[in-house]
Every structure is written in C-alpha cells, then in structure tokens.
Design a protein around this ligand. Sequence first.
Ligand SMILES: Cc1ncc(COP(=O)(O)O)c(C=O)c1O
Length: 378
Amino acid sequence: MRRAYGKLAEVLSGFASIHYSIKANPNPGVIGVLIGQGAGVEIASLGEYRLARSAGADPSRILFAGPGKRAEELAVVLREGIGEIHLESLEEIARIERLIEAGGVPAPVAIRFNPVAEVQGGAMRMGGRPAPFGFDEEELDGVVDQVEASAAFDLRGVHMFAGTQILDADMLAGQWAHGLAVARRVAARIGRPLKTIDLGGGLGIPYYIGEAALDLERLATHIPALAEALAADPLTRDAQVVVEPGRFLVGPAGVYVACVLAAKTSRGSRFLVTDGGMHHHLAASGNLGQIIKRDYPVLAPARMGEPATVTASLAGPLCTPLDMIARKAELPDLREGDLVAVLQSGAYGLSASPVNFLGHPLPREVLVDGGAARLISC
Ligand SMILES: Cc1ncc(COP(=O)(O)O)c(C=O)c1O
C-alpha cells in the first residue's frame, strides 16, 4: 500500500494530491496506513465517515460523495466537520439547504458531474451515460447557478468520476483533461477561482493473465500538459487538484486465504471446496459487475515449490453455483487442510460481499507490516 501510494504520489507531484476512496477497503487499519502516508479520504456514507475518523482522518480532509446521502448523515458531518460534500441531485441541494439555518455557516460543497460520453472508460462505467451519479454535464450552467445563488453553500469545486478499473494511461489522462475543462467552465460561470478539482479514482490494477499494469511512466508524461492547462486559467491556477483512487492503492496488497474442505471429482472435473468464497470476496467470484467472469490469480501459498499438476475449480461453501472463486486453475494436487490464496484481493473484498448469506463466519483481517502480523478485524 505504501509503495502504491508512493509511486502515484511521485507521478502526481506538483499537480494533484491523493484521497483514498475507502469503499475499496474500509478497515481502519488499512485507512490508517494511507493516512500515515499523507492521504486524505473519500467516503460515501456516515458509516465510512466514522471509520475514517476512527482511523485518524482529519475532517477537513474528508470528501463525502455518493448519490444517496440521507439528511441524518449530512447533519452529522456538517456538525462534526467535513472537507466537502459532493452534491449529486436537486433533492440533495434542497436537503442541505434545510439543514443550514438562515445565517448559518454555509456547507462546503463541490458539484459532481457525470461527464459526457466521449470520456467514458474503464471496466465499470460510472459516467458518460445515463447514471444516478452526479449531475449530467449538460446541466452544468443551471446547477452551478442554483448552488451559487444559495446562501447555504460555499461552492468550492467540482468532482468528476468516469469509471473504475482503467488500465490505459492515455484514457485516464484524457478523462483528467476533461475534468479540468469542466472545472474551467464552472469557474468561468461563477467568476471566481475554484478551491478544489476532484478528478475521481478509477486507476486499475491487473487481475488476469494478459492484463498489463497501468503504465505510470506514461501517465507521468501527461502531467506537464495537465499542470499547464490548470495554470493557464487564473480561476483554476490555485485550485487543489485531487485524485481519489481506491483499488489501485490497496488491491495488490491484499491476499485472501481460504482452506480446502474437500477435494472431489465430479464427472471428470476436479473441484476444491473451500471455507471461503463469495460471502467474503464477491469480486473474486466475478459477481461484482464484471462483464466477463474471469479468475483472479490463485495459488497454494504453503506449497509454492511444487509444480501445478492438477486443473481444479475452487468452489466456496455457499449453496449456489455463483460461489466459484476460480475456474480450472492450475495448482498442485491439493487436499483437505491445504491453503489456497487469491491474489490482488485488497480492494472490494469483504465489505463488498454478502457476508450474511448462509451464516458462515467472517474472515479474519490481518495487516502484515514489515513482516509483523496484526489482527485488524473490526
Ligand atoms: C466517487 C468515487 N470515487 C472513487 C471511487 C474509487 O474507485 P476506484 O477503486 O476504481 O479507484 C469510487 C468507486 O466506486 C467512487 O464511486
């Protein structure tokens, strides 16, 4: 996690700062590592606000996005402190206006825009098409005018987020360039400088054979032009640019380990049934929005020296064929009691999984730092 943060911070140096999108892995032990590196955080609920605070996040460095924020959640963060709330609907605008009493301190806000289609991308698109996230970019003028005219808001900036799991550096840089262009439009509309420009997350990691990692060196070649575009406009020159990745910062650091309960052959196909599955790791089972079900890399961590002699599918303990962590993986000949490990598992694992389905126990979460292991289960 520190290495991923450090590499990205180096690429973004002088251009943008990093907020960790804690939905990727909201364990306070994990959040704490990234805060320790200097990250702010991006949250999407009061529950995440509490987790971020318990991990030591400074409220002024917390951004609150998400398409459905309840009045109670908004009231608490406004009372206890928040860096910015990202406005995503007219109802949300009205909801906050009701919370800010006449003459009260205006809410620090940015407006989230769903970008136009040309800049869409990523394995799971969050924008560039009809979506419940933010306001359509086409509505920019009217929304900006409405927020700007209200005494309830301190309009600080803009937020864009086009899609997740982007492995193409040029596409990402193109989206960022578009985000800056939208920021310039907003700044011109209000006629004063923006304080923040949030370009979103979405930086991908390789999961499957044949996928290449996001080329950070190539991404770095785009930064001077982006920084120049920012500086060229006096209304964006001094804005704090933010990127808010989740997956990229924590995904590669995580290993999900399960134990084989049964090794069986059904009509010629080998199955290893484990005590872990999609109730702990929905994403690895291919049931978290992937278009094609493909397998995360798996291995036998306690038998690394042995050749892969068997082709076996890894099934979880749930009574559904969806509970399949890997199909036809090449592994040593594993038996009851052997361990299997799923790599690239630090993001969208436990907290993104149906943990109560069938009532199996939760996995233990362990932070391994410099060789020392610490139980960090909540
Ligand atoms: C508003 C927002 N920011 C950041 C992220 C993090 O995305 P990723 O893990 O792809 O970086 C998400 C993910 O859904 C999001 O909705």
